[in-house]
Design a protein around this ligand. Structure first.
Ligand code: AMP
Ligand code: MG
Length: 351
């Protein structure tokens, strides 16, 4: 299959491109499209055959449910068995935006879309191309991240093309995404709302909007790997770079010294080494490849660059990667959740 890449300017949306993509969705086919978090791989959410194609193209386990993307709150009402009052409050506060809500599903939603669960994950993306595609197709669009399972989520159309070329009919190229890590997932099916995946919308933001306690699924907090996470996707081994990745945390000068020591050791053994640094520290490393993830104070930039940088090290074929740690104040938990998985939880703490 030939994959057509259609560039779309977010400021001046080409209606023909959207129409063509919408036709593919209506016909049960797949279209990759940008959202504000990462690129999604979309299909008609209410068609089991269409949803099945997503699992095939990604090589995704069939028990790992998809997020249903909508462009109007009434669509959530139409697929939910009941709409908890929290859903209305959170939709008012954060939709369109990087928040996915889990509610009980009704019979309209096929089990293929929900990985066999009787709940459904729903989100209204804050991206003009995504919203135009949902509206034009007249379908709710099931869309996980548009990467091959086990690779980092795509933050630009070129990443999607690398993973999906020849497997899907169309990619809408809307440029580089704004946020760069996947949505926060909050489960609203129990008395206390629970975060199943950390993201740009934090626990504090949810608590403030709801005026009540929100919990974080103990299964996703790093190191507590004895507990099973509730979001099926969080239990799978996520992206691990080809090279061994180790995080080094502690006071800045000590981290730089430790990483340089480790780099020297590896280089002496004839290895090629990469370092994930920040704007503040990048000049102080002597690895083969030193990449800045952004300014340490700019956590949005850190999130936005993370997946692109991880993909880059695979291309350079380094043998080892050392990264500074980014437990930043607001979305640090979301960033570290992804980075810790990529590192297989290898962390060195220095004084
Ligand atoms: P992705 O879109 O690739 O980021 O994957 C969607 C994530 O949402 C995966 O981690 C899924 O396990 C999770 N998810 C989707 N639907 C549900 C659901 N009904 N209950 C719990 N987690 C879900
Ligand atoms: Mg994904």
């Amino acid at each position: 299959m030939q994959t057509k890449v259609v560039k779309i300017d977010c400021e001046k949306i080409d209606k023909n491109g959207i129409r063509e993509a919408a036709e593919i969705i209506r016909g049960g086919g797949l279209v990759a499209f940008p959202t504000e978090t990462v690129y999604g791989l979309g299909a008609d959410a209410l068609s089991p055959e269409a949803a099945k194609k997503i699992y095939e193209a990604k090589g995704r386990p069939s028990d790992n449910p998809l997020i249903v993307h909508i462009c109007d709150f009434t669509e959530l009402v139409s697929i939910a068995r009941e709409v908890p009052p929290e859903a209305e409050i959170l939709a008012k506060a954060f939709w369109p935006g990087p928040l996915t809500m889990i509610v009980r599903k009704n019979d309209k939603v096929p089990c293929t879309t929900t990985g066999g669960l009787d709940t459904v994950a729903v989100r209204m993306p804050n991206h003009r191309i995504a919203l135009a595609l949902i509206r034009e197709s007249g379908c709710m669009i099931a869309a996980p991240s548009a990467n091959t399972s086990g690779k980092p989520s795509p933050t630009e159309a070129a990443h999607v093309a690398l993973d999906m070329d020849g497997k899907i009919p169309m990619i809408l190229d809307g440029g580089v995404v704004g946020i760069g890590i996947e949505s926060t997932i909050v489960d609203l099916t129990e008395d206390v709302p629970m975060i199943l995946r950390p993201g740009y919308i934090t626990k504090e933001m949810l608590e403030q909007a709801l005026g009540k306690e929100v919990r974080v699924d103990p299964g996703i907090i790093a190191d507590s790997s004895d507990k099973k996470p509730k979001a099926p996707g969080m239990k799978y081994k996520h992206y691990a770079p080809k090279a061994d990745l180790v995080l080094v945390e502690g006071e800045e000068a000590a981290v730089v010294a430790k990483i340089n020591m480790l780099v020297t050791e590896k280089q002496k053994a004839g290895k090629k080494v990469g370092v994930i640094a920040t704007d503040e520290t990048k000049e102080r490393y002597h690895a083969d490849y030193v990449v800045s993830i952004g300014a340490r104070t700019d956590e949005d930039a850190i999130a936005r660059h993370l997946y692109r940088i991880l993909r880059g090290f695979d291309d350079w074929e380094v043998d080892a990667i050392y990264s500074e740690s980014f437990a930043t104040p607001r979305i640090g938990q979301a960033i570290m959740n992804r980075l810790m998985k990529a590192a297989g939880h290898q962390v060195l703490t220095v004084e």
